[in-house]
Design a protein around this ligand. Structure first.
Ligand code: ACM
Length: 637
């Protein structure tokens, strides 16, 4: 008995050593199935990649070769038939049968790696997973020595839950160059996103060359550079130069489409009409219902809408196209003809959101149109416009998609709906048998602040990482066949550069990627967050930016029974300690640790906090004025 117990003890000890030797696997998005073995495969100094059909596998070969050469310093060769290969890429329908267009099987054994897929996209995603299995130094821009290039022994079978896995990039509010967009694509494919929605037109800029309509880009693409709090900027004076902005030529668009396609990304173009159209109206004032449109200028972030009465907003300048004007449809026909030719993707997104109606209400031509067409209200006027636009889009061989406002006043017969004001519009459209993409503000608006407004760049709403992680694109009771997938939207009013675009996109982009790719039953916040931390380290190696806001506390201000200010500090992640001071000095882990609600000393003016994980500071030093917390209590009343 004793002997048996000893042997059992040794066995348990050996087994647990083997277990603890296993490095955590941190793949985002989480694969469908993953079985980790014991031990590793180590890459040799010369890596042979066996690729039986190199042309079809080009993208996967390129990504692997680039990383293995530049970061790991390996000599890489590609061979057709090489039993000695370290990495084998296999395209085979027969072998798997159920991986679909984007699925893959990845097998790492003690002396080689095999990625099998039915289609090139699947291989590409298998390669992305393989890169995430390699040490984080594989993300380095320079070659690193002294790294053990080990990959854990593992079997992975993987394929996506949804076919539409999108990120929207608003290149209209602030222009982002062709190189920026390529960088955005590079980042998104690492997390298996396959759709880039480019918001190409808005009040602040028209970003795509349309032949025969030169003013769209000569005039409509330029405004005055203002820095600060977008939406509250001073009205530009006539002497301020209008040289801020830019646009993509048609050659640029072709280059971007190809760049995306080479990485299995489709580009969805959005031409946002009839609202959000000031750049077009300024370029061609005859498209407006309002005669004084010829005095307007492209918006530079000054106030142009009054939102105090809710949606739709009241426009202070008429930023709409006129549905009662035949020239508008001729204009849109020209635009859609060229957009359809430039973007091979099956859909064109035509916006339709937040269209103010107050200028239409006072336009005689709109009243005549209503009489002639039997339209009862302004929503039906917009619906009339959308139905005509749907016909134009379809006449170019494309499918029609818009934001969920296009449901109001009657949905165009074949329209697909992108649901942003929550899931409601998407559910309604799916019940009417229309295709839907879910991108609700509640979970997928990555322009929102991801931490406390005292430290984040100001936007009117917040969305923390743990809430994004709860995104479920398929609501109960809805036929799954109408929910094509979902996307996160990066509006760029407050995004002035690429570093900040990265900060806003990651880590919430990780959460949305899991919602769109991984099986629903694989969701687990604590495990997900441990992976996020590993990916933060990868971003550090890659010199990419991300938001550490998830580490910062959640401030809740309230009152005690005797009306004193009471401050609670919440956490998104359990394993953190918050240290604080009221004496204006900078807290560290030798300061008081937060455990229960705080009552500030009578004369304190500032609460300073910082979050630690063990003995490492992970959050940012936040200075919260007591007066700010008091005003939050007042606002709640
Ligand atoms: C939107 O956020 N206005 C679609």
């Amino acid at each position: 008995m004793k002997k048996t117990a000893t042997i059992l003890g040794i066995f348990i000890c050996l087994f647990s050593t083997a277990q603890t030797n296993k490095k955590q696997i941190s793949i985002i998005p989480e694969p469908v199935s993953l079985k980790q073995g014991v031990g590793n495969f180590t890459l040799p100094s010369s890596v042979i990649i066996e690729a039986s059909s190199p042309n079809e596998m080009k993208q996967s070969i390129d990504v692997l070769t680039e990383r293995l050469t530049n970061a790991a310093g390996k000599k890489v060769s590609i061979k057709n038939n090489a039993p000695e290969a370290s990495i084998r890429l296999v395209l085979s329908v027969k072998q798997e049968g159920s991986l679909g267009k984007e699925g893959y099987h990845l097998s790492v054994v003690s002396d080689n790696i095999t990625i099998t897929a039915e289609q090139p996209a699947g291989l590409f995603y298998g390669v992305q997973t393989l890169l995430q299995l390699l040490p984080k130094e594989i993300e380095s821009k320079t070659t690193l020595s002294n790294i053990k290039w080990e990959i854990p022994i593992i079997e992975i079978m993987d394929k996506p839950r949804f076919g539409w896995r999108g990120l929207m990039f608003d290149v209209a509010r602030h222009f982002f160059t062709k190189a920026d967009v390529k960088l955005f694509i590079d980042d998104m494919v690492r997390y298996k996103y396959n759709l880039l929605h480019l918001h190409l037109t808005d009040d602040e800029g028209w970003r795509i060359e349309i032949k025969g309509l030169p003013k769209l880009t000569e005039v409509g693409a330029w405004n005055v550079k203002k820095i600060g709090n977008f939406g509250t900027f001073s009205v530009p004076t006539p002497d301020e130069p209008r040289d801020f902005g830019g646009f993509y030529t048609q050659e640029d668009i072709k280059e971007l489409v190809k760049y995306a396609k080479d990485r299995f990304v489709d580009i969805l173009p959005e031409i946002d009409v009839p609202g959000h159209s000031l750049a077009a109206v300024v370029s061609y004032p005859e498209l407006s219902c309002t005669p004084e449109a010829n005095t307007y200028r492209v918006r530079s972030g000054e106030e142009i809408m009054d939102w105090s009465h809710g949606a739709p907003p009241i426009a202070l300048v008429d930023n709409t196209l006129c549905p009662a004007n035949e020239k508008v449809y001729e204009f849109l026909d020209k635009v859609m003809t060229q957009v359809a030719q430039l973007f091979p993707f099956e859909y064109i997104h035509v916006g339709g959101d937040e269209c103010p109606k107050n200028y239409w209400e006072k336009t005689a031509a709109i009243k005549e149109l209503m009489q002639k067409e039997g339209l009862k209200n302004m929503e039906e006027v917009q619906s009339y416009f959308e139905k005509r636009l749907e016909k134009i889009v379809e006449s170019k061989g494309k499918k029609f998609m818009g934001w969920d406002e296009i449901l109001e006043g009657g949905l165009a017969p074949s329209a697909a709906v992108m649901s942003w004001r929550g899931m409601k519009g998407g559910i309604e459209a799916a019940k009417m048998k229309h295709d839907v993409v879910m991108s609700p503000t509640t979970h997928a608006y990555i322009d929102y602040m991801q931490g406390d407004p005292i430290i984040e760049p100001k936007i009117y709403a917040s969305l923390r990482l743990n809430k994004s992680y709860e995104f479920e694109p398929l609501p109960d009771g809805v036929d799954a066949k109408y929910i094509k997938g979902g996307q996160a939207n990066l509006w760029s009013e407050q995004v002035y550069n690429m570093r900040h675009a990265q900060y806003m996109t990651w880590p919430r982009g990780f959460a949305i990627a899991e919602a769109l790719w991984s099986p629903k039953n694989k969701r687990n916040w604590n495990y997900f967050f441990s992976k996020v931390e590993d990916h933060f380290e990868r971003f550090d190696v890659a010199d990419k930016k991300y938001a550490p806001s998830v580490y910062d506390p959640i401030f809740t201000a309230g009152l005690t029974a005797d009306k004193q200010l009471k401050i609670e500090l919440g956490k998104e992640v359990e394993a953190l300690d918050i240290y604080y001071s009221f004496d204006n000095s900078f807290p560290d882990r030798f300061y008081p640790k937060y455990t229960v609600a705080l009552i500030p000393p009578k004369d304190a003016t500032t609460l300073k906090v910082i979050t630690y994980k063990g003995n490492k500071p992970v959050g940012r030093m936040i200075a919260m004025p007591i007066a700010e917390l008091k005003s939050r209590v007042e606002k709640k009343k």
